[in-house]
Design a protein. Structure first.
Length: 133
């Protein structure tokens, strides 16, 4: 049988060391991530899937040329972008996957090894995609 103070001591020691351990792990992980930079106003090809409404996810309606969702890349801040739809297509319906152009209003960076993103409307996930630079 383990002494009650031993487990309490171990728990306190781990709780105290946890933030130090996780912050050094995060710093080490950040040091290895290579970011690609993209300039504002430059069109970047992407493949996107607009999600059908399912509870708090997706959309009920299609979107058209100039739709401006926020894109969220892994570990990066959101960036607002306009979606350009190539002709002859004029809209993207919920449930559809399409190749589009993404034109962001600010410079942004994305992890080189994972160019995937989620599309957000007011914080709600409405789609997902990946850049194809």
């Amino acid at each position: 049988m383990e002494h009650p103070l031993t487990s309490k001591f171990l728990f306190c020691a781990l709780a105290a060391a946890g933030p130090l351990f996780t912050s050094s792990m995060a710093a080490a992980a950040d040091a290895k991530v290579t970011l690609l930079s993209f300039s504002k106003g430059k069109e970047v090809p992407a493949s996107i899937t607009l999600l059908k409404r399912d509870g708090k996810l997706g959309r009920d309606n299609p979107f058209y040329e100039g739709y401006r969702p926020q894109l969220q890349f892994v570990g990066r801040p959101e960036v607002t972008c306009a979606i350009r739809i190539p002709k002859p297509q004029d809209k993207v319906e919920p449930g559809d996957t399409a190749t589009v152009g993404v034109v962001c209003i600010d410079d942004f960076q994305a992890p080189e090894k994972d160019l995937s993103f989620v599309m957000l409307e007011g914080g709600r996930k409405v789609g997902e995609g990946v850049l194809k630079p």
